[in-house]
Design a binder for this molecule. Structure first.
Ligand code: AMP
Length: 565
């Protein structure tokens, strides 16, 4: 049985080096040594995860509970643990420190094995219902109680979901290929096969085991598993329709619906719905489940489409927020389904009655889709489309999509396979570009865990020239690199006016250029509007708060989206 301390040594080695190639080699050698029975677990743990992405299990352990557990296992007070956390900026290091300088003797110390730690992780995640918090706390404390200092560092980080060893999915993929396939296949072919199987199975642990036992052909023959989502194909942004037509003489053009992407799995009477981020939303959409169950004429399939909320009277789309309400809803779901009906527009099929269709060209897949879909007006339709090579026709179709309040069009290469992820030669997005806004930062929040040392989300505001006030319009916390977080923190710290818990108020001085996907009405911000998915484009050192965009401009842009009501 592999000891957990051996895994912790590997983690430490990986943490210390930065070269990707070296990391890959260390992992490949390690994977080769691991016994078959433990390989699946080890591969997952090396990714810093315990449950594969598609799994709905999660630890459900908050930072505060970990602090309690560290305190219990080491004898340091919770306050002291928190101080170490602040000092090191990393709860894993704080745990290591506490365990190393334990205040109490451990009576029963088990030598931890990887299998044992993994089983306890599972037990923590599976504890639910009444008393589950106490159980979770007990399991974590016991684990830390038996842990060596270094083991404690990585146990805590794994539970937090921040292993910090610099191993991204690409490195795991390459390491699996190198460990098990390089002898028989060439490098590219091997990596491609691992990638293919991973996109379908979503679990590098399983992929590694397949590679070890069945080699490259086992990976290439992987079939989708109904009920387990596959990675979606994505579009790339095209500069213009002409640019796409230069690449492809004839194209399939579809409406780009502004809704929720759904990957639909059907197995007899069972249906699953997954979002683009592979979250299971089956429960939230009983209406979609029903229509799919009865109107897809096949026994088993995986199809894909975009669901959008529809106003049954006018047949026009309702604003996207309505759909968000349905996604978040946990009760009265049936009632909600009646109030906000959705229409599913299917555009692809990847699997049907035992046949894997990824390698078939889109035009063939589309024909199969047309064969199996029984259209139910307003509920289940095929994505509106044209097949053409004519620029004018595409432009007209594009304008039609916009006038029907959709986002734009997707132009697709009819000969393209279903390729996971974003690739040239497959799908192209054409939509109007949203103008950016120059906004003032008026507040911020200290981050959590890894980001604890940074002000890591920023409250954005527009200017009201009439009053001189700044009106908030969104919170931005993505699209920044570590360096940028550092830079922003340096810049904003001297401007802090007031601090309350994690929240700080900032003197309005810094202007940032911000991109976003959409402007929505929102009661949560003083401007009455909120940016959806705001992202930093750059800091406008050349602008002062008096140059920032105004509330008037924000409203104009909101209206230009043509989405009121
Ligand atoms: P984006 O989110 O801008 O990368 O655009 C890709 C998204 O557009 C997909 O994930 C779908 O949710 C959505 N979409 C809407 N209509 C279509 C369509 N006809 N084909 C493919 N994707 C579509």
């Amino acid at each position: 049985m592999l000891e957990y301390s051996k895994l912790a040594d590997i983690y430490e080695k990986l943490e210390k080096i930065s070269s990707k190639l070296e990391k890959t080699n260390i992992l490949a050698n390690f994977f080769k040594e691991v016994e078959k029975e433990e390989l699946k677990i080890v591969v997952l743990l090396c990714q810093g995860i315990v449950f594969p992405k598609y799994s709905e299990l999660e630890f459900g352990v908050a930072t505060q509970m970990l602090i309690k557990a560290i305190s219990r296992a080491s004898g340091f007070s919770e306050k002291k643990v928190e101080e170490f956390y602040k000092e090191f900026g990393d709860l894993g290091l704080a745990a290591e420190h506490c365990v190393k300088n334990k205040k109490q003797m451990t009576l029963f110390r088990k030598k931890l094995t990887v299998k044992y730690v993994y089983d306890v992780f599972l037990r923590i995640a599976k504890a639910s219902g009444e008393g589950s918090q106490d159980k979770k706390l007990l399991y974590v404390s016991e684990l830390l109680n038996s842990a060596e200092p270094k083991e404690a560092r990585y146990i805590v980080r794994t539970i937090l979901g921040e292993l910090r060893i610099g191993v991204a999915e690409g490195i795991i993929r390459d390491a699996i290929a190198k460990a098990f396939l390089f002898v028989k296949a060439n490098k590219e072919e091997a990596i491609e096969a691992v990638d293919y199987a991973w996109n379908i199975l979503g679990d590098f642990g399983e992929v590694a085991l397949l590679a070890k036992e069945g080699g490259i052909s086992a990976l290439k023959n992987v079939k989708p598993i109904l009920g387990r989502p596959i990675q979606p194909m994505l579009g790339i942004k095209a500069e213009s329709i002409e640019e796409v037509l230069q690449r492809h003489k004839e194209v399939i053009v579809e409406f780009k619906y502004d809704g929720l992407r759904l990957q639909v799995h059907k197995d007899g009477n069972k249906v699953w719905l997954f979002t683009r981020r592979l979250e299971n939303v089956t429960k939230q959409f009983p209406d979609v489940v029903e229509v799919v169950k009865n109107h897809l004429k096949c026994n088993q399939c995986i199809v894909e489409g975009e669901a959008w909320p529809i106003d049954l009277k006018s047949g026009k789309p309702l604003p996207f927020q309505k759909l968000s309400q349905r996604i978040q809803r946990k009760y009265d779901i049936e009632k909600m389904a009646k109030e906000i009906p959705v229409q599913l527009n299917l555009f692809d099929v990847m699997f049907v009655d035992g046949k894997v269709l990824f390698d078939r060209p889109l035009k063939e897949r589309r024909k199969i889709l047309e064969r199996i879909v029984e259209v139910v007006p307003f509920k289940l339709q095929l994505a509106e489309h044209i097949v053409t090579g004519n620029l004018k026709e595409i432009e007209e179709f594009y304008h039609k999509a916009l006038s029907l309040k959709q986002e734009g069009v997707m132009i697709k290469n009819p000969n393209s396979k279903y390729i996971f992820g974003r690739h040239v030669g497959g799908w192209y997005k054409i939509k109007p570009t949203m103008e950016t806004l120059d906004l003032v930062i008026v507040g911020a929040e200290w981050g959590e865990g890894r980001r604890a040392k940074w002000l890591s989300s920023y409250l954005l505001a527009v200017r009201d020239p009439d009053t001189g006030n700044f009106l908030t319009c969104g919170m931005m916390g993505t699209g920044l690199t570590e360096e940028q977080f550092e830079e922003m923190t340096q810049m904003l710290k001297p401007l802090v006016i007031k601090e309350e818990g994690k929240k700080v108020e900032i003197e309005p001085k810094i202007v940032v250029e911000v991109g976003y996907q959409e402007i929505q009405k929102s009661p949560n911000y003083s401007s009455g509007y909120a940016l959806r998915f705001p992202r930093l484009i750059r800091v406008r050192t050349d602008k002062g708060p008096e140059d920032a965009d105004t509330i008037k401009r924000l409203i104009e842009l909101y209206k230009s989206q043509g989405k009121e009501g």
